[in-house]
Design a protein around this ligand. Structure first.
Ligand SMILES: Nc1ncnc2c1ncn2[C@@H]1O[C@H](COP(=O)(O)OP(=O)(O)O)[C@@H](O)[C@H]1O
Ligand SMILES: [Mg+2]
Length: 293
């Protein structure tokens, strides 16, 4: 059996301008490849834009490190659908479409999930920034794109800071109170494979920053979660359209009342932190093989 691991031209080994966080690609492949080999399955790393013929003898595709589709997500979806007509794709294009726009958080909230308090606006303006500060009774807001990843274009706005409205991005936005727990405790990730809990970790920003991504100097460490925190993450899983996707990463941050709030439910191409979950490769490989049987 041959399984395609979808990547992009800036994460693939040997890339000319390889991303600074492409080591995460290598870790993920290193976790999965030997575990698949134990099932006599071969993992091949392929650019999601590769020629159709390159996928000719693949039996399944896993969305891996396709971290450049943001500005071309229609082409990305088209490629997933093309693949899906020929082989199983994990996670499915349907789930990807649901997850690409962070407005899915509203549907989770409607079903009873607790998310970080959010105002949804067509585009950020000084007026709605001031309104959100008043509504959330806060001096600091995080303004982010509804369709976005890797904290790109995201801004942290302080009360009374001079803001050039024209410099704000002009696309649908989310306004959230800045939760200081990102610096004091960190952001949790709970990794689930086929609905089963694999491992958890805490991601912390570099001193002076608040973004936990490794591209900004963030670091992570494995954590044994409190039962109540794990239960909070599990309860989010039950609110997804598919309750046992091949993989899911539930990102949460503690709110002022001590409960974890949902930041994101990552179902598209999340980094699954194999370094913190030594069993991850085996769990993923077993689940893939089970699904292909
Ligand atoms: N409300 C918030 N309070 C504090 N930090 C935040 C908040 N929202 C986002 N962040 C920081 O910004 C990062 C990116 O935000 P996130 O919503 O995860 O978007 P994405 O990862 O898709 O770019 C988070 O990992 C966290 O470090
Ligand atoms: Mg995130």
């Amino acid at each position: 059996m041959k399984i395609a691991f979808l990547a992009c031209d800036s994460t693939l080994p040997g890339a000319v301008d390889r991303r600074v966080d492409a080591f995460e690609h290598d870790f993920q492949v290193a976790a999965l490849r030997p575990a698949l080999r134990d099932h006599d399955a071969m993992l091949v790393e392929l650019d999601w834009r590769a020629a159709e013929s390159d996928f000719g003898d693949c039996d399944a595709a896993i969305i891996g490190t396709t971290w450049d589709y943001e500005d071309q997500w229609d082409a990305f979806i088209a490629r997933l659908e093309w693949l899906e007509a020929r082989m199983p794709v994990f996670n499915s294009s349907e789930l990807v479409k649901w997850n690409i726009d962070k407005s899915y958080l509203r549907s989770i909230e409607t079903k009873g999930g607790t998310i970080i308090p959010t105002q949804w606006v067509d585009r950020p303006t000084i007026t709605n920034i001031n309104d959100a500060m008043a509504q959330f009774d806060t001096d600091r807001l995080v303004v982010k794109k509804q369709i976005g990843a890797g904290a790109r274009d995201q801004i942290l706005v302080e009360r009374d800071a001079h803001i050039d409205e024209n410099a704000l991005f002009a696309s649908p936005a989310m306004l959230q109170p800045f939760l200081p727990q990102i610096r004091s405790e960190g952001e949790y990730s709970f990794i689930f494979v086929d609905g089963a809990f694999s491992h958890a970790l805490i991601k912390r920003p570099q001193t002076g920053d608040y973004r936990i991504q490794s591209a900004y100097g963030g670091t992570e460490s494995a954590v044994e979660p409190q039962q109540s925190d794990l239960d909070a993450a599990k309860s989010i899983l039950t609110l997804l359209p598919d309750q046992s996707p091949l993989y899911a990463r539930i990102d949460m941050l503690r709110g002022p009342d001590g409960n974890l709030l949902l930041m994101e439910a990552e179902l598209i191409e999340p980094y699954l932190y194999p370094q913190q979950g030594p069993d991850l490769g085996r769990m993923l490989a077993d689940a893939i093989i089970r699904r292909l049987a």
